[in-house]
Design a protein around this ligand. Structure first.
Ligand code: SAM
Length: 277
């Protein structure tokens, strides 16, 4: 098969930085990502960012069906070539972030996400699935190394934050592969990792909104105690803040970033039951 760079050149394609276009070509890596995602011939896959179709092709060979979004219409003639013969692939030339999740899910049924995500939209794209998806079984995506660290961080570490807790509420996130920058064209300034989030093993909360607000509050001023954040954020008298934290089993002087996602979930239930959100 012709080198991807040659195909792109033949089509006069120019990489667009604003769309996070860093393409993959290494066949071993592409095959490994498909394996990381646990895709078999019954799996429906949603890809965000077909690019020149290298990962899409690898997904097509393993999956039952692949639906891939691509924002850049100038890739249409390239993809018509690189995906020729991939009967189970459909590429939609639209901005995935502007799609309605319920409409996408109606089209797909149960599915997994597998993508080399455009870096500028990584966290908002993953958060869409965390917050809105109902039929997604899991997400396996290439992200920048530092983002992977944030997604999968443990409590009480500098990488732990609101995004970590939100992901942990829905499932289990693991870094499954490190990918050096040299494997991308053009080469980015940072290394990447593949993360896999399985939408099982999360935990229930009484109110999603209360959980979101509690997490926001917990990380509002990272260096302040939860008690002070409760007072400032919810305008509570100190006595009431102490009472609520005692009810939630939170010790005095504790900062939000020391609570595990489940402990934040429990705190959010207490705040919700007490009419605060
Ligand atoms: N999957 C290809 C690969 O691995 O070589 C391309 C990955 S590249 C990191 C990200 C791709 O996502 C680019 O082709 C870019 O044009 C596309 N993209 C960027 N923003 C998008 C959006 N909002 N919706 C759909 N595609 C998008």
């Amino acid at each position: 098969m012709e080198e991807l760079a040659t195909t792109l050149q033949r089509h006069g394609f120019a990489f667009k930085k604003q769309f996070g276009q860093n393409f993959l070509t290494d066949p071993n890596l592409l095959g490994a990502i498909v394996k990381d995602a646990g895709i078999d011939n019954e799996t429906t896959v949603l890809e965000i960012g077909a690019g020149a179709g290298a990962l899409t092709r690898a997904l097509s060979a393993a999956a039952g069906r692949v639906l891939s979004y691509e924002i850049d219409r100038s890739l249409q003639p390239v993809l018509a070539e690189t995906l020729a013969g991939c009967e189970n692939v459909e590429v939609i030339f639209r901005d995935f972030m502007k799609e309605r999740m319920d409409a996408v899910e109606k089209e797909l049924g149960e599915y997994v996400v597998c993508a080399n995500l455009p870096y500028y939209v990584t966290t908002p794209a993953v958060m869409r699935f965390i917050e809105e998806a109902k039929r997604c079984r899991g997400i396996t995506v290439m992200v920048q190394e530092e983002v992977a660290a944030r997604f999968s961080a443990r409590e009480n570490t500098p990488d732990y934050g609101a995004v970590t807790a939100a992901i942990a509420r829905r499932g289990v996130c693991r870094i499954v592969r490190s990918v050096p920058r040299t494997l991308f064209t053009p080469r980015p300034n940072v290394d990447s990792s593949v993360v896999r989030i399985d939408f099982t093993g999360g935990f229930e909360v009484k109110s999603d909104k209360a959980f979101r607000e509690t997490v926001k509050l917990a990380f509002l001023s990272r260096r302040k105690t939860l008690e002070n954040n409760l007072i400032n954020f919810l305008k509570l008298p100190r006595g009431r803040a102490k009472e609520l934290l005692t009810l939630a089993g939170v010790k005095e002087g504790v900062r939000g970033e020391t609570l595990s996602p489940r402990e934040l979930g429990h705190l959010s239930d207490i705040l919700y039951e007490n009419g605060l959100f």
